[in-house]
Write a protein that binds this ligand. Sequence first.
Ligand code: FES
Length: 77
Amino acid sequence: MPSIDPQEGDFYATDGYCTHEKVHLEGGLVMGSTIECPKHNGRFDIATGEPVRKPACKALQTYPVKVQNDKVYIQLD
Ligand code: FES
């Protein structure tokens, strides 16, 4: 799930499903550097994947991102 930090213009990539109950974060509310899960309002830090509000308690997997020639590359294992 690539995401943009609107304050910095940086790109980040995380898994797209909440670690609490596997709900897709696509409809989640992005606030600064956090995203809020639409089901139970758990929050994650977009840059690190770490949970910052319960009931989310396990980090999202994050992936390195590189921007080159106006293209965004996500390094998947
Ligand atoms: S499913 Fe995301 S916080 Fe519960």
